[in-house]
Ligand binder design. Sequence first.
Ligand SMILES: [Fe+2]
Ligand SMILES: [Fe+2]
Length: 273
Amino acid sequence: MHSLRASSTREAKDKRLKTYVLYEGLHRWIAFGRDPEKPERIIDTNQYLIRDGDRSLILDPGGIETFSSVLGAVICHARIDQITDLFFSHQDPDVASSLGMWDEALPTARLHAPWLWEGFLRHFGCNNLTYVPIPDEGGTIALPHVKLQLVPAHYLHSSGNIHVYDPVAKILFSGDVGAALEAPDAPMFVDDFSAHVPKMTLFHQRWMPSNRAKNDWIARVRKLDVEMMVPQHGRIFRGDDVKKFLDWFEALEVGIAVRHPGSSVLASKPAAA
Ligand SMILES: [Fe+2]
Ligand SMILES: [Fe+2]
């Protein structure tokens, strides 16, 4: 019996989201990802928590399928009444379809999201949360120890799209930009940029519609001091890999379905970004 118990303990699958502390100062950044409970055919997502004094902000909290995993992970780091703010970079279901559940769990919290999507996002259920519309030009979210910058990223890939820059931690939350499609248990950080490129190429070519918008965003981000770029899918970029990503993205032609409609290669990939 003893050896059986030991064996089953060893083989028990860890059902928790993987958790990584990205920055620790007067405030903290914590990443969650690689949900072992995620249904196979939905795209994997990363979630980020900024914990600062009596405020906590969840960036792109995710879809309805991962709500319980994300909530379980987040409350290990903040009491439910300390989760005061949600941020949606855009309207997609992998970002926002959990809205109705957060609306019940955090009735007094604020939801920061692009103004353009308010009438659409409310279809997910937003009766209690206070919707704080982000204007096209961006803005700020002031937490006790950092004033987060809301960086326009329109058409990357959504027509109303915002990223978040933290000038203290020097972290850029880049939504779907920098995303990669790969194995559910893939490492959380890029360790070999060249090897990572094939996992990002199709995603950016197909889901990013505008070369002009892409180059506009690159110019804006190059003015920021970014030590870490954290996307909603795939792996986190650190140090030199941030610059390598910007150079790679600049050279990439996006919006390729205009030239290659109906490509079977494109049609075989997951249908969500
Ligand atoms: Fe996404
Ligand atoms: Fe998206």
